[in-house]
Design a protein around this ligand. Sequence first.
Ligand code: KG4
Ligand code: ZN
Length: 348
Amino acid sequence: MPRAKTILAIETSCDETALALVRCSGGLRAPKFVVEKSLISSQIAIHRPFGGVVPNLAKREHLKNLPKLFKRIGGSAVMKKIDAIAVTVGPGLEPALWTGITFAQELAKKYDKPLIGANHMEGHLYSALLPMQKPTAHGPLPTRSIKFPAIALVVSGGHTILLRMTAMNKWTVLGETLDDAAGEAFDKVARIIGLPYPGGPEIQKIAATGDPNAIKFPRPMLNKKNYEFSFSGLKTSVLYYLRDNPKANKANVAASFQEAAVDVLNKKTKRAAEEYKAKTIILCGGVSANKPLQERLRTTADELRAHFIVPDFHYNTDNAAMIAAAAYLRTAAKKKKLRMEAQGMLSL
Ligand code: KG4
Ligand code: ZN
């Protein structure tokens, strides 16, 4: 059994500054994570007037927030009990990534600790293993373990990826988006409807009062026998619909758009889970916070008698606990170390 490690993790790839202290054990076979602290400082209010994330503003905020969060998580005192520091090196906004990397390098030097680079998307994937914070309506706290083969749908503001996992550290990409990511589509459609950034939660909120069958928006790529996605045509359909129907009920537009996006994401994931006889379906990344998407995939998993995992709300969107998990499992898998520099386009 590999030795337990306490990791201080740092995440600054986009508009959340996050630090976490996570006790990691069990190695690749039975990983277990105890999140001692997970702090997130959101910059939403700062970027909102611009309708999206402004990289240089994000950088400025991270520089301001990192020392504050470090103090809140325990400062120098906490450095005595940690075994390593983990930091996101990509993918993400490079000016933002550099702030975390530089901060981590300084801590590593000052306190003489090893530094591990982590992939943000591996973080989202492994967020499926982070502990649940409270019991759900679906019964007692499930153990966060993945039975293989597994199908993972990783949906965030920058990515839409369908993965087939055959082991904790072995996967193949079945398909990705050819244009906009799912979260990007939520954000852009929200802007078209006149809702603030970030659009995902806003669309979900207003959609709850609308009719998802009011407007028949297209289901891009659904009839293609591959696992690729495309959301830019769907976004354009919403744009044209509102141009032609300026008095349309916004809640109906939001609900019908959300229904189209959820339908495509669910059906493609279902097809992959059937084809590869998945024992687990994982939903992760920022868009995994979407309740209708969670419900649809949970039903699919029940139908296929597969285990369904979606991270707790705190771990759906960007956080640092997932970065500790990614760093720990990368080390346990003896994967090649990631270069300690901002890698904006790093892939899974
Ligand atoms: O993973 P994340 O926090 O950051 C990236 O790595 O991109 O994902 C952010 C994305 C945004 O596009 C946001 O609109 C979307 O996740 N999102 C949602 C919801 N909450 C966040 N999309 C749909 N429904 C939600 N409830
Ligand atoms: Zn993310």
